[in-house]
Write a new protein. Sequence first.
Length: 83
Amino acid sequence: MSGTAINVLYFAQVAELTGTRLESWPLAEAVSGAQWLEQLEARYPQLAPTQRLKLAVNQFHVKHSVIINPGDEVAVFEPVTGG
């Protein structure tokens, strides 16, 4: 994994709306989770409002105040995922 990107995993409805389950996302410098969600919404307007989505960074559930660094793995999912 390059130091200038993050791996993004999409789950359930988020994966359906983006049309992918995994992508490499260019990221040159650290950003907050909230800032990154704004970028996500710009790329995938169909996910709006992205501030409702949950994040996990490096397999830990996190708040939107988390700092995402190049090289991290970010998972994006709906607030409630049924089985």
